[in-house]
Design a protein around this ligand. Structure first.
Ligand SMILES: Cc1cn([C@H]2C[C@H](O)[C@@H](COP(=O)(O)OP(=O)(O)O[C@H]3O[C@H](C)C(=O)[C@H](O)[C@H]3O)O2)c(=O)[nH]c1=O
Length: 186
């Protein structure tokens, strides 16, 4: 497993080893002891899987507020996405900063998004599917969202045409209007 530190120290890009042979490949996609070795004490309770049919589909930027805040381990099982995490911890020196990486069935890369970060992605190929682990159960009453194209966050989305959005995402608040439920604990 290769671990890439990102410019947001708590967000990690992981690259599981693939054992290839004449049949294809095998990879361990999650190991609790690996996370413990990284000093990341997280217990995942729920796995999610979504399919986005069209290139340029944006889902995000989403989070759940405490006590149902979710850490996520995201991977792309089919197609490709540009996956983004945004620091939304009040008082953080990197508040409002973002990191983004291509996750694809080809590269097998995974993004670990801790609690206190909003998560979103745009699809780069048709019929892209993401599979991701969450450290808390779905709690819709605690869900929050931020505008994906907020210039104050300034995510450099690799998107050319019109984004495909849910109603919720099309009307999400801007960072300037946002009162984060997360506090930075240095
Ligand atoms: C998230 C979730 C949704 N649902 C139901 C609720 C809706 O009827 C339907 C679609 O939900 P939503 O439009 O919120 O799905 P996404 O836009 O993909 O939301 C996700 O997108 C970004 C990228 C995330 O990181 C979050 O996990 C999540 O917010 O699935 C559930 O039953 N359980 C769940 O955990």
């Amino acid at each position: 497993m290769k671990i890439v530190q990102t410019t947001l120290p708590d967000v990690k890009l992981l690259k599981p080893k693939r054992f290839g042979d004449h049949r294809g490949f095998f990879a361990e996609t999650y190991s609790r002891r690996l996370f413990e070795g990284l000093g990341v004490n997280v217990e995942f309770l729920q796995d999610n899987h979504s399919l986005s049919a069209t290139v340029g589909t944006v889902r995000g930027l989403h989070f759940q507020a405490p006590p149902y805040a979710q850490a996520k381990l995201v991977r792309c099982g089919r197609g490709a996405i540009f996956d983004v995490a945004v620091d939304i911890r009040r008082g953080s020196p990197t508040y409002g900063n973002w990191v983004g990486y291509e996750l694809s069935s080809e590269n097998g890369a995974q993004l670990y998004v801790p609690t206190g970060f909003a998560h979103g992605f745009v699809t780069l190929e048709p019929d892209s599917e993401i599979i991701y682990k969450c450290s808390e159960y779905y709690a819709p009453e605690t869900e929050g969202a931020l505008r994906w194209d907020d210039l104050a966050i300034g995510i450099d989305w690799p998107i050319t045409g019109e984004a495909i959005l849910s109603e919720k995402d099309a009307t999400a608040p801007l960072l300037a209007e946002f009162n984060s439920p997360f506090e930075f604990r240095g």
